[in-house]
Design a protein around this ligand. Sequence first.
Ligand code: B12
Ligand code: SF4
Length: 600
Amino acid sequence: MTTPALILLHAPSVYDFRKMTILRGPVSDLVPSSSIFEMYPIGFTTLSARLEDHGYPVRIVNLAARMLRDPGFDVEAFIANLPTPLAFGIDLHWLPHAHGSLAIAEIVKRLHPDVPVLMGGFSATYFHEELLQYPQVDLVMRGDSTEEPVTLLMNALNYNLSLDTVPNLTWRDKAGRMHVNPMKKGPADLSDIEVDYRRLMVAAARDMDLPSYLPFMGWMQYPIMPVLSCRGCTHNCAGCGGSCFAFQNMHGRSKPAYRPPERLADDLRQIASVTNGPVFILGDLRQAGQEYAQRFLDSVRGMEVPVIIELFKPASKAFLQTVADALPNFALEISLESHDPEVRRAFGKPYSNEQIEETMHTALELGVKRLDVFFMVGLPKQTYNSVLETANYTEKLLAIYGTDGRLHPFIGPMAPFVDPGSRAFELPDQLGYHIYYHTLEEHRRALIEPSWQFTLNYETKWMSRREIVQSTYEAGLRFNHLKVAYGLVDKQEAARVEQAICEGSRLAYEIERLWAEEDQSAIDELAPRITVINATRVLEEKSELNLPVTARCFKLVPLAMLLFWSWVRHAWMNLIHPPVRRRETFHNTTIKRKSSLVKS
Ligand code: B12
Ligand code: SF4
């Protein structure tokens, strides 16, 4: 087995969620992962590819997924038994990992005190200076594109070079002084990054540790894979920490970096060479212009795998026709956010209902296999009543377009957080938001509040936190009824969802009352009921998000060939690259800092 130079760990949202009484709510109902947020960043793939090409083997361990899969999984024993790398890397990409990532960092530091703990991702970038106040964090790599800086960091650690010259790094020297190294401009396009998931499959075989590489629970049955058309966004949605406003301020990126369309097509083909699962193209293909979209679609023409395409705004008939011509099994995702164009506009999506309905109509006519439309709760100008009216509008949509089961509506809350770096977080007064938590530590603590109502880091001028929570449940109930009426879910499933919604809503009220009375022991007594709700999808069945897939999700012969050739390549790389030279110890400034922050 190869000794890794970097071990990348993905933490659960809250550590240890298996022992805590928290009503986590429907915070992840619209993404493939559970409310533990067990999916690790795509960046683990691109980082490990770059480092391995430079002779630094990388091991990935999805601790969150392993803890979910096996209630008896002993995290500390597992970490203690890991080989000693040059560094441990932990993502703090999504802020909902504030508790878990810091707790895992603490365990790593305690069990491997001489190995530097490196953190990175969007939230780490935003809170880089505060992160270094935690004794268990040694290094923070900032930015949306860290493949090159992390390679330079590994060189520095490997050859005992000064960390001064490593771009994007925030670090502490031997004397405990913090250094914020200058940011290097991120790449203008994504031609140099490698997004080849087959390498993860090879690494899983190499490390003989498939469970640690799985992206989320249930992936083996539904192996959906994302391909990334860009880093950045041309849009400016109010609560989004990946909007152009946020990218400019956090990463110094004034416009998105696009994956060349032919490379994007290669990414898709690589996935299709080993699985039959659906591919989700992240980012609206039209952001880089019509020519970009056309070149990509020309390159993938005729591919049979189900391909999910995102639309950030209404699409022309010409565009949809090109998609339908190229991809026989295409599906669309559109986030309308609200039925009310004024609310939608206030969030950052200025288009009318007529325009988007025209798009839906055309897509259905052109044979789209699935049309998912998403609505959100917690938007500027959105009242409780407005949330319920969204359900009425959805009924109208289903009546016109939903008779053949291809249109699937979903609703969910903007939760648990309005993203740091977003307009709503940075300019709350202008957008009618009140932000409860500002620092990383406040967010870390918020995650262990007993109900998602108190984890929410915001309320709006139009809705309190209780109203955001309860309107979500009430709208969820109405959506559920509509789904039965239009045959989108079967009655049994819908009855289970209804029960989960009602119980979730009741528990939220009960916890609110006990919370006000500061009666923690009574909250603890709710644990058995909370555990049941946490283990289920609240607003809809997870499977409803899934496209139909064939029973044979993986192509076994190409996979076996892949593993063989990678073994050959691996042996060759070991010959041409000198093995990683391990330095004795990393200067450990831990003792100079307080070590009490991460106890709860
Ligand atoms: C694609 C995407 C997803 C995909 C995830 C795909 C994946 N596995 O990464 C899906 C749809 C599943 C998703 C889900 C969620 N997402 Co999302 N997502 C995005 C989106 C649209 C693009 C992200 C992107 O471009 N990534 C590519 C690049 C930028 O990141 P990367 O390659 O993964 O990582 C690089 C760097 O960040 C850094 N890095 C990352 N981790 C680490 C770790 C170390 C140690 C180091 C050194 C570096 C490092 O280096 C990497 C390589 O260069 C952004 C919006 C946007 N326009 O950016 C939101 C965004 C990232 N998501 C966000 C959120 C909140 C979520 C959810 C929590 C939403 C929810 N409540 O369900 C979940 C979390 C799911 C989970 N973890 O289980 C927020 C995050 C804000 C914040 N600071 O917390 C964003 C900014 C906007 C948004 N609201 O959607 N998301
Ligand atoms: S939510 Fe809006 S700003 Fe954020 S990635 Fe999606 S389209 Fe872009």
